[in-house]
Design a protein around this ligand. Structure first.
Ligand code: PLP
Length: 452
């Protein structure tokens, strides 16, 4: 055994013994260990055994600019040399955080003029929840504290946000959701009784929100929270016009709207923000992932001006919400360079070109005997496998198809996200070429054929 494989083996053993992995079964991880990744370039990842795979999931829907972008690395290194840390507390600041705040608020939907930087998406959502509570106290409506979100939604795993998340894994054993966290049905066309009729799907979501607000009491509901496309729930793509209709319903019902664009932000669905496509301006907008493209941790919570002014007017005292690393200068420097790459470096434009190939391959794979549904927008999508295309019957849980597909696709040299309910998610870097998109689909189709 070479010293290299010996050290790889001890890496795996240390990992099994000491590292707690996000969203993993503790015993399952001890038994199976991890696939340890070592390096990356463009669309390709290499593990410690030298296996090279194409990454059709941009890490965890985050590396939108692809791996190996030297200008981002240089921006981080330069900032580390010059000023590796500066607090944002107590009216201190650093230049990159200020510049990023200025650039982003000029690009977000109208009215979202203020931004609070976080470390990722969970604390961006958590910050929005805390600010919403603070806002209603500030304007003298302290009973408005209930939140409504969607079934199949994912809003992170902070103590507050995990309860808005509606995925069973995040609730089991955690006493979630809490009493103030409510859910309504997802606009899931493939599994909706009137799924072929966009207007009916939209109308049923609006009616469900109205009914839930009526049930709780409009004087008690603070906000409705949703993703424009539900990512971790299985890339559920609502009909065009859904987000706008929900915005209008929130306004009519006198509740705030929090749109969580942690996945859909930064070109993933085409425009910089998915809200743009429907002309929607929420009261709060959360982002992370593509903000720094995964090169450094950072998220952000945007706040509409009318909320900011109400909080500002209510009290001269400090608003007690903050983290040591809010507006971290290295992450902010990374964010500025990544933003430049999206707009001036051709990344969004490339995403549009390869997005067309993505759509072609998605439409073609629909004919496969195991594929019940394909759904996509921009460079985000999923295929849903079924055991019967007519009845749309899924697969028995004991087949553990999600885990099997994860292994099979890995063996075939492609990383996709295989959900437990036999949904295969795609979110390749926006820098992916059409030829690389063909490689991705050829490898996924090979896997589907092996299942027949
Ligand atoms: N919100 C959405 C829509 C997400 O998809 C995620 C993560 O996938 C989060 C929040 C949580 O973000 P993070 O994992 O950066 O805490």
């Amino acid at each position: 055994m070479s010293s290299q494989s010996l050290s790889n083996r001890s890496l795996v053993e240390i990992d099994r013994a000491h590292l707690i992995h996000p969203v993993a079964s503790f015993r399952g991880h001890e038994a199976h260990g991890a696939r340890v990744l070592q390096s990356a370039e463009g669309m390709w990842l290499t593990d410690i055994e030298g296996k090279k795979v194409i990454d059709a999931f941009a890490g965890l829907w985050c590396v939108n600019v692809g791996y190996g972008q030297d200008s981002v690395v240089e921006a981080a290194a330069a900032q580390m040399r010059q000023l590796p840390y500066a607090t944002g507390y107590f009216h201190f600041a650093s230049e990159p955080a200020i510049r990023l705040a200025g650039e982003l608020t000029a690009l977000t939907p109208a009215g979202l003029d203020h931004v609070f930087f976080t470390l990722g998406g969970s604390d961006a959502v958590d910050s929005a929840i805390r600010y919403i509570v603070h806002y209603f106290n500030a304007i003298g409506l302290p009973d408005k504290k209930e939140f409504i979100a969607l079934e199949w939604g994912y809003h992170g795993s902070s103590s507050n946000g995990a309860g808005l998340t509606a995925l069973a894994n995040f609730h089991r054993g955690f006493d979630l959701p809490r009493k103030w966290q409510h859910h309504i049905a997802s606009p899931y066309p493939y599994r909706h009784p009137q799924g072929d009729d966009d207007a009916a799907v939209i109308a049923s979501s609006v009616a469900a929100l109205e009914a839930k607000v009526a049930q709780i009491g409009a004087d008690k509901v603070a906000a409705f929270c949703c993703e424009p496309i539900q990512g971790s729930g299985g890339v559920i793509v609502p009909p065009v016009g859904w987000l706008k209709a929900m915005r209008e319903a929130c306004t009519r019902l006198g509740i705030l709207m929090l749109v969580d664009e942690v996945i859909t932000g930064f070109g993933r669905t085409g425009p910089l923000f998915a809200c743009e496509a429907e002309g929607v301006s929420p009261d709060f907008l959360t982002v992370a992932k593509g903000l720094t493209s995964g090169y450094a941790p950072m998220g952000a919570c945007f706040m509409a001006d009318h909320i900011y002014q109400a909080i500002a007017d209510a009290s001269p005292l400090p608003v007690g919400h903050g983290m040591t690393y809010s507006g971290h200068p290295v992450s902010a420097a990374v964010g500025l360079e990544v933003l430049r790459l999206y707009r001036e470096g051709g990344v969004l434009a490339n995403g549009a070109v390869t997005g067309a190939r993505f759509a072609e391959r998605m439409e073609a794979v629909k004919a496969h005997p195991l594929v019940g549904d394909v759904r996509y927008r921009g460079m985000l999508g999923a295929i849903e496998l079924v055991s019967n295309k007519v009845t749309k019957a899924g697969f028995a849980p004991e087949l553990a198809l999600g885990d099997r597909l994860t292994q099979m696709t890995w063996d075939n040299g492609v990383i996709v996200r295989c959900f437990a309910n036999a949904v295969i998610g795609f979110a390749p870097a926006l820098t992916c070429s059409p030829d690389e998109m063909d490689i991705i689909f050829d490898r996924v189709e090979l896997t589907l054929n092996q299942l027949l």
